[in-house]
Ligand binder design. Structure first.
Ligand code: M6R
Length: 611
């Protein structure tokens, strides 16, 4: 949530920062701003997307070799110019950008107001900056020292970056709970919330850890802890190409990412699955196999789409591994008093690896002695680093705010883990194990075939785009897919949609059914097929419009439904990887038909780093 970029070095800072903000816009796009230091500090900010800031700065002299930039997802205060970052100190000599939330900001604000400070915004960020300014003035200390003192009093999460008119070659940054990457160039440094603004300049990066403070000059990067002790920066090589974060000829990132799924799933399987040898190679699982296969319980912790992947994993793990599984919303888990015992294994599922609720929930479980296994997409992210072991999903950068390719990659990785554990444990017979490996091997091609439904789904989108509500129903392995289909539609088209277990419908939601309600059945061939056929009849009897995702050749449902989208046949455990694809496409095309910004839906952000 919120994207930050900063630069110091010989280049023009503004174009570097502007391009970086565009890449980070998926993190929030309520407003944006830059602060540039040449002869004097200048701050420019604007409500709306980064392009609006860019337009407002046309023709201005923006020459500077040091600067900071921010794109905002509002927490404290409405989206407007005044609340946009960077914020300025009272004396105008400092400017600061911030990603996170300062929880004790009102207490700090009251203290500062008593001292006569005035505030021009409603943000917690301005409070923190003026708190730092106050400390610096009272203690006659350096900015670095003032930041250190201030952060010891701050409760909450933050990445902050400060620029200082009195030190025109120095940026000061600090992190707790929100991500910060520093790119190391030749005589220059780049700072950003993730690596996407950095990769075209350098592949050498340092991931700043919690409670670390960085002093950054063109030729120097000093890392310290809040006790003022120096830390040796750990330099990592980025394994990412520029093409991966560009649209590559597609109109939208969302569509590109949907169509990338045959390749991302293949990448996810590569080096892990060898169907001919009948092996799964996953070091993170193998190195901890005794603990995982003997777990008392697996607790899957996640949010949003990742939670849906976790829910499907519950069905798969219980079926194949015979280990009890619970699936928890991270935001609930972290605030209850959950019972976690040393024999429990936590699987944290997250695309970004930065979701604040998930991060704090697993920290809490770790404190109670659980082993944390991360299933994460973003390499080097906070959740990946805090986990005891893990498996990356290797879906590549996902820029569209709605998660698509990361979801199917999560399903694949979780299935691989379940298969490996089941095999090691002996809870799956060899014939079924080999059958599932072969089926997994074939999944990328079946996803490619499923994508051929796109034109048909586009036509359906036109037909149903004006519906006010949708119901998504599924049973068994397809129930989490019904939830995911409904979430995608809500996010992208702003149409109210509910996902439900198909049989649960008769306990309430059936009251909603009439001839205006489209009901999407996720009804591929599985052990529940006959049951779901009955559920479809129940909807048809009440004149509901049925759109069904079925297995190719399913004449029974085809004869009953108003519209049918057919996907290739697959084992019931793997069929959800196919059945979700038409639902992603349906959300996308309805969003397009309604002329909405599908890559940046209103009110959302890609990486939810606030609670
Ligand atoms: O990065 P994460 O997987 O931890 O994010 C979790 C959710 O915020 C995320 O899946 C969200 O629901 C997406 N907008 C879904 O499209």
């Amino acid at each position: 949530m919120c994207g930050i970029v900063a630069y110091v070095g010989p280049k023009e800072a503004y174009p570097v920062i502007l391009k970086g903000l565009k890449r980070l816009e998926y993190r929030g796009y309520d407003s944006s701003g830059v602060a540039l230091l040449n002869s004097g500090l200048k701050v420019y900010k604007k409500k709306g997307k980064v392009a609006e800031l860019e337009d407002s700065l046309m023709g201005k002299d923006l020459h500077a070799n040091i600067g900071i930039g921010h794109t905002r997802w509002a927490t404290h205060g409405e989206p407007c110019d005044r609340n946009a970052h960077p914020h300025s100190s009272s004396n105008g000599k400092l400017a600061m950008i911030h990603n996170g939330i300062i929880e004790n900001y009102s207490q700090l604000k009251n203290e500062l107001m008593k001292k006569g400070y005035q505030f021009t915004s409603d943000t917690d960020t301005e409070v923190l900056l003026k708190f730092i300014e106050d400390i610096q003035q009272n203690n006659h200390c350096t900015l670095e020292e003032a930041v250190r003192i201030a952060l010891k009093r701050v409760v909450g999460a933050y990445v902050i970056v400060l620029i200082d008119e009195d030190n025109p070659d120095t940026l000061i940054a600090a992190r707790k709970g929100s991500p910060l990457v520093i790119g190391i160039g030749k005589g220059e440094h780049f700072l950003a919330s993730d690596a996407s603004p950095i990769i075209e300049y350098t592949k050498e990066v340092v991931y700043v850890n919690d409670y670390e403070l960085a002093i950054i000059r063109p030729d120097e990067l000093i890392l310290k802890n809040l006790g003022n002790e120096k830390i040796t920066p750990f330099i990592t090589k980025l394994d990412m190409e520029l093409a991966a974060i560009e649209k590559g000829g597609y109109d939208h990132f969302m569509l590109k990412e949907i169509f990338e799924q045959p390749d991302t799933i293949f990448d996810c399987l590569r080096g892990r699955l060898d169907a001919s040898l009948g092996t799964i190679t996953m070091a993170g699982v193998q190195n901890n196999i005794d603990q995982i296969k003997n777990a008392n319980r697996i607790i899957i912790i996640a949010c949003g789409t990742s939670w849906h992947a976790g829910l499907l994993a519950e069905y798969i793990f219980e079926e194949l591994c015979r280990i009890p599984v619970e699936v928890e919303y991270a935001s609930e888990f972290r605030y209850r008093n959950p019972i976690v015992r040393p024999g429990d294994v936590i699987i944290a599922v997250s695309q970004s690896g930065e979701t604040a609720d998930t991060l704090v929930a697993i920290e809490k479980a770790k404190e109670q002695g659980a082993m944390i296994f991360g299933v994460v997409n973003v390499v080097g992210s906070s959740i990946a680093r805090i986990s005891n072991a893990g498996a990356y999903t290797h879906a590549g950068p996902e820029i569209g705010v709605a998660s698509t390719k990361a979801f199917t990659a999560q399903l694949v990785v979780l299935t691989l883990i379940a298969l490996k554990v089941a095999h090691e444990k002996g809870s799956i017979d060899q014939k079924r194990f080999i059958h599932l490996l072969n089926e997994l091997h074939d999944i990328p091609e079946k996803v490619r075939t499923t994508l051929q439904t796109a034109e048909q789904v586009k036509t359906l989108a036109e037909k149903y785009k004006d519906a006010k509500d949708f119901l998504y129903l599924g049973r068994g392995y397809n129930f989490p897919i019904a939830l995911e289909g409904a979430l995608k539609l809500k996010e992208i088209s702003y149409i109210h949609a509910e996902g439900y277990p198909a049989a649960e419908m008769k306990h309430g939601p059936i009251a909603l059914v009439d001839e205006t309600l489209p009901v999407v059945f996720v009804a591929t061939k599985d052990s529940y097929h006959e049951k779901i056929v009955s559920n479809i009849q129940e909807i048809k009897a009440r004149k509901g419009k049925v759109i069904a995702v079925v297995t190719e050749g399913d004449d029974t449902i085809t004869a009953m439904a108003d519209d049918v989208i057919a996907v290739p046949e697959a084992d019931e455990i793997l069929a959800p990887i196919l059945s979700v694809i038409p639902l992603q496409l349906l959300a996308y095309y309805i969003g397009i038909a309604k002329d909405l910004d599908v890559d940046k839906p209103r009110n959302l952000a890609k990486s939810v780093t606030v609670e």
